[in-house]
Structure formats: C-alpha cells, structure tokens
Design a protein around this ligand. Structure first.
Ligand code: 28F
Length: 663
C-alpha cells in the first residue's frame, strides 16, 4: 500500500523475504483526526485539484497490486453525485483479525490508522509507492462515505465508513469466486466544499497514464454520460491496455508530426549492475521536428511532474552519450550541446520502479532517492550508445538537429547579454542589493529578505554567481492601501523595482526582469508571514504578469532543528516537527530541539543547506489558480485593502478554520 508517512527506515529492516502477509506486520501509529484537521498536510490542499489526489491514491494502491503481479485488471468508474469506484482483481486487503486490536480486522486498521503501511517484506511489496501515496486511511478520513468490499479466499467481505470511522463491523457477505478489492467513496463536502467535483477528463488521463506504465494491466474506464461536458472528448467507456507500453504512449503523443527518429528510442531493463537488481527502468523518447516536447516521468507509476533524481540521470545519460557519439564521428560542434538542448525538445516518458522511493515537495511531486541518478544514467547511456551506433543515418540527423539548437541557444544568450549589459549600465542598482555575477537572467534568482541581519546571513549563504540578495527594512508599504504618491516616495519599493529592472504597473515588461526567479524569504513566524503578504500584494498589484509567468516564489525556511547524535532534521512548522519526532529518528537517545527565532540567527551554512541551495531547498510557487482571478481580486481587496470591515467579516467567517492560532 502506498502511504505518505511510512518510514522507509523502519521498513528496511524487514527485507528478509517473507512471502505471505500476516496482520501483525502492520505498524500502527495514530488515528485520523490530524488528517481532517489539516488536510493540506496530507494531500497538498483542499481544492478540487487536491481532491483528485484521493482518486490517485486509491488508483495507486490498485496499481501497486498490479505491479506486484497480483492484479491484471482495474476498474475505475465515476458515478453521478461525485462517487468514485476503484476495483482491482488482486489478493484483496487482508481481513484477518489484528493481534493488537481486539475485534478489529487488518482491513479496518489499514483504513483507520495513519501510516499503517506495513513493514512489508521486499518480496511481497517489491514496488510499493512507499512514501508518496497518502494512504487509504487518508482517503477514508476525507470521505464522508466510503464502502470497501474485499473478495478473498472464496469469501466476500464488506464494511462502510463515514469520515474515517467504521459505521459497522466488517461483515461477511457470502461467497465469492473472484478476488480483489473494491473501494467506492464520496469526497467530504465539508473538506472540499459542495462545488468540487471529480473531472472525468482528469481521471481518464490519470488512468491512461497508468495503463501505459504497466503493460500487464487492463484498466476499464466508465463514466456516467451526464458528467461529460459538451466539449469534453472523454469517452463514456474505454478499455485501456497498451501492450507496447511507453512506446505506444510516445507514438500517440507524436500524432502525425514528423520526428527526427523514425522509431522512438525505447527500452527497458534492470537498474543496477553486478547482479544486484535495485529496480527497473523503462523509457521511450523521440525528438519531434517542431521541437515541441515534454518528458513525463514516474516512479512506481506515480507521476513526478517536478522531475528529480531519475530525470537527472536521464539528462546526463543522454547528453554524455550524444557527445561521445559526436566525438566518435569526428563532429567537433557536438561539444557545444548541453543537456537542455536534448531534453527540451524531447517527447516521451521515463518510468522507474524502485524500493522505498523518497519523494520531495509539498505534494511529493519530485523524486529524491539519490542512488537513482547514477543507475538511470548508466542504463540510458549504455542503451543510447548502442542505439546511436546501430542507425547512423538517424543518429546523424538527430545530432545535426541538436547542434542547431545549441547554436541558437548560444546566439540567444549573446543577444540577452547585450541587453542586460546595456540595461544595467544605464540603471543604477540600489546600494543594498548584492547582485549576482551571471551575465544573463537565465538561472538567476533574487532573494527578498526581511531585515539587514537576515540579509547579511543570506549574502554569505548565497551562490554569488546566480543568487542576488536584497534586504528590505521591516514591514514594507502596503500598496493596497497607499496612495500612488506615497508609493512613489517609498524607498523600499523604489529599491525593489530598481533591482528587478522590469518596471511597474502599466510600464511593466517581463522581458526586462533581471532574474529568472524572485524569491521572498521571510522568517517562519507571523511577522514573516505578514511581510510576505505585503510583498505578494505588491507583486499582485504592480506586476501580476510576473506571478502569472510563475516567476514569484516563497522560500520555506525551517522553524526547528532536531538533532540526535550526528543526525539533524529541519522542521518547517509544529506539525512537521511532530511528524519528524515520530518518524525520522531511531532509538531512544535524546533528541535536541532548537527553535530558530529568525533567519538572521541561523548560521549561513545552515541557511544555505535548508533554504537557499537549489539542490536541497523547497520553494513554493505563488500562483493565481486558473479561473479564480475575480475571487483572488476580491480576496486581496478584503484582506489587504482599505476597508477594515471586510477583514472583520472574513475573520468572522473563517475563524473556525484556524485550528491552531499561534496565540
Ligand atoms: C481499490 C484499491 O487498495 N488494493 C489493495 C491489497 C493487497 C494487500 C494489501 C492491498 C499488507 C501489510 C498492509 C494482500 N495479501 N485497491 C487496493 N490490494 N493491501 S490494497 O496488503 C496491505 C498490507 O500491511 C495484500 C497479501 N499481501 C498484501
């Protein structure tokens, strides 16, 4: 079972190769109240998008059963009134009584306890989604009604739940001559609102991707006709089965476009060498002539839209291989090619299966398992070398196309450098700005930091080549209440606009922005949150296109450091601290907890490690969710604007949702 917080550390100890499951293997940690109290912590929000994580989670569990070779067919059906049913023909969730809980079945424990991942043996659960999935229990907690049916050992079992609590006992419902698990549920309107609904197109896309990722599974899709909108091309019924796996996916995605490779570069294999299998890899890639590509990556069939270590391996594998091929055929220009040239125009998918995957980011959309990079690189390099050598005509065509792309990129860079140089010469930069040295905005970022002391730490912690730091003094002006005169005269705002170089309001020009990313970095406390709100309001009012372009971010500094012996972990808030205390440490040795009063207090190396280093930090992108412009405008006006009564109203209406006010 895929489970967000199952600790890989405790899981590993059990890799002894048992092949049958028993109820005592389930590790019990806690009840479901935390999930209902803070749904966002588990599924990344409470909007419609987050609601789809529930569907993904159930589907992931069924997929796990298929990838383990135990299920061959999965049914997914969307009924009216927002009920979703997922059924697999796997072994069925175990129903035997749980030894620790009298009168409770393993099934009930799995559905009602957070983190009831098991200490799975490697054999039973070779490719569990591990940390990513939020677990059946999280779905159960966030469904106002859920029905589960298990067909196992010739018997049929049923049980129903409401908001995570069993409505009755697990009941035997006669005999069964099939096997498998069926879960039917309805997302709780108290959590997601009464308007949120599953989107057929989105579920269908999810199901298709899964079917491409495991050729041994057939996914049967059905959706009530009434739910499909007039412009929606989602079929009412479909059987998704792709014997060609990812190659089928690429062929379809390419459509009737021309590509530099008549056949996709596709393959599969074991990850790891010298007999020690560390996982599996499968890929299919092509390079469309129009340069419009996209690479979808997955780990254990779970999408990783933010990439991660497996994509990093693909990048280096491909670029080393093509450069080596250039060398081989004596093409000097091949040395200019960089990984971006190969990746940006590529169309395809990469899928890895590994044990105990580690995911990163709020919604766990990035693979963090570090060993994977090297393994993927080795597998890809090896196969790509052979593939290029075996078809020189195709290889040369691809090489020429990539060289052309590299040359164009170099030209663009020269043009931009010219622009920036002339722009910066004219422009006097604010004195407090510690600018970066890079000639163009590509890959650069500016940190807007609260206060001179934090600014000082940030200046020491940064990478001078790509990271600039602008300290801002205290609370900046609230642009939602200030007159334009007051704004013109405000030093902090003037400095900020000068540093960014892109103008404000109607004179804003995105192409003049001097950095690729603008990162607000404030303390992890209420004052910090206030300053961040003021800054976001400024950007929202004066440079909305900068937000729209996805260029505004929030840094996520930690609030606590937890240390046990030489092992440290950082927590961004109290809940995260509690979670780490529970899961991230072994043994009984004392865990020291220190609370950072502010960024300025943090030694620069720690600030770098936790918050600034692009390879280790987490950033939150500031977005205006699609289709919510009107609401956003109103919300900003009521929360930040001139009318205090709107604020009061908002507080009165929403105070109930503030579970843990910091007062
Ligand atoms: C509709 C969603 O969730 N399918 C699932 C199984 C099968 C087993 C299982 C699931 C064992 C140790 C917990 C059965 N027999 N579809 C699903 N199918 N979970 S979820 O086991 C749960 C774990 O701790 C299963 C033997 N081993 C595993």
């Amino acid at each position: 079972m895929a489970d967000l917080f199952s600790s890989s550390k405790s899981g590993k100890a059990e890799a002894k190769g048992k092949s049958s499951y028993s109820a005592k293997d389930i590790e019990v940690l806690e009840g479901l109240e935390p999930v209902r109290r803070r749904p966002g912590m588990y599924i990344g929000g409470t909007d419609e998008a987050a609601m789809h994580h529930l569907a993904a989670e159930i589907l992931d569990n069924a997929m796990d059963e298929a990838v383990a070779g135990e299920a061959s067919r999965i049914e997914l059906s969307l009924d009216p009134d927002n009920w979703l049913t997922v059924r697999d023909n796997g072994r069925g969730i175990p129903v035997d009584p749980h030894p620790k809980f009298k009168n409770r079945s393993a099934l009930e424990v799995i559905l009602t306890t957070l983190h009831s991942g098991g200490k799975f043996s490697a054999k039973v659960y070779e490719t569990s989604g591990g940390l990513h999935g939020v677990g059946l229990s999280v779905v159960n907690a966030l469904a106002d009604e859920l029905e589960v049916e298990v067909a196992r050992e010739k018997k049929l079992w049923v049980q129903t739940y409401g908001r995570g609590k069993p409505k009755g006992k697990l009941k035997s419902a006669g005999s069964a001559n099939r096997r498998g698990t069926t879960i039917r549920f309805h997302p709780d309107p108290e959590i997601f609102g009464t308007e949120a609904e599953f989107r057929p197109a989105r579920l269908y896309r999810m199901a298709r991707a899964k079917a491409h990722l495991h050729r041994g599974v057939e996914i049967v899709w059905s959706c009530d006709k009434k739910l499909i909108g007039p412009k929606d091309e989602t079929p009412e019924k479909a059987v998704l089965h792709f014997p060609g796996g990812l190659s089928d996916f690429v062929t379809e995605a390419l459509g009737d476009r021309r590509s530099f490779t008549p056949q996709p570069f596709a393959g599969e294999g074991k990850l790891g060498s010298n007999g020690e299998a560390e996982g599996r890899i499968e890929w299919a890639l092509t390079w469309p002539a129009d340069g419009e590509g996209q690479i979808d990556s997955y780990c254990n069939t779970i999408p990783t839209p933010q990439g991660g270590t497996h994509e990093a391996g693909l990048r280096t594998g491909l670029s080393r291989s093509i450069k080596a091929y250039g060398d081989l055929v004596g093409n000097r220009k091949a040395s200019q090619i960089i990984a971006d040239d190969i990746m940006e125009g590529a169309l395809g998918a990469l899928s890895v299966f590994i044990r105990d995957p580690q995911f990163q980011g709020q919604t766990k959309e990035k693979l963090a398992s570090s060993g994977v990079t090297r393994l993927v690189e080795a597998a890809i390099k090896d196969h790509f070398d052979h593939w290029l050598a075996s078809d020189p005509a195709t290889a040369n065509r691809l090489l020429e196309a990539l060289i052309e792309r590299a040359e164009e990129r170099a030209q663009r860079k020269r043009d931009k450098e010219q622009v920036r140089k002339s722009a910066t010469r004219k422009l006097r930069l604010p004195g407090k700005l510690a600018d970066c040295s890079e000639g163009t905005s590509d890959g650069t970022e500016i940190f807007l930091v609260e206060g001179d002391s934090a600014g000082g730490s940030a200046k020491q912690a940064r990478d001078r080549r790509t990271q600039a730091v602008l300290p801002l003094r205290g609370k900046i002006l609230n642009v939602a209440t200030a007159t334009s005169e007051k704004m013109q005269g405000n030093q902090e705002i003037a400095d900020l606009a000068l540093a960014l170089g892109c103008g404000t309001g109607s004179r804003f020009e995105l192409s003049k922005l001097r950095y690729e990313r603008v990162i607000i970095m404030t303390d992890a406390d209420v004052d910090g949150a206030h300053i961040a709100s003021l800054l976001i309001t400024f950007f929202y009012r004066e440079m909305p296109d900068l937000i729209e372009a996805g260029r505004l971010y929030l840094a996520v500094p930690p609030l606590y450091r937890l240390t046990q012996g030489g092992h440290s972990e950082y927590a961004r808030d109290d809940a995260h601290k509690e979670e780490l205390l529970k899961n991230a440490f072994k043994g009984r040795a004392k865990i020291e907890i220190s609370r950072f009063k502010g960024l300025g207090e943090m030694p620069p190396p720690q600030l770098k490690e936790t918050t600034m280093d692009p390879t280790r930090r987490t950033l939150e992108r500031v977005v205006i969710p699609q289709g919510t412009h009107k609401e956003t405008q109103k919300r900003v006006e009521s929360l930040m604007g001139r009318k205090p009564e709107l604020r009061l109203k908002f507080i009165q209406e929403n105070a109930r949702q503030a579970a843990d006010l910091d007062i």
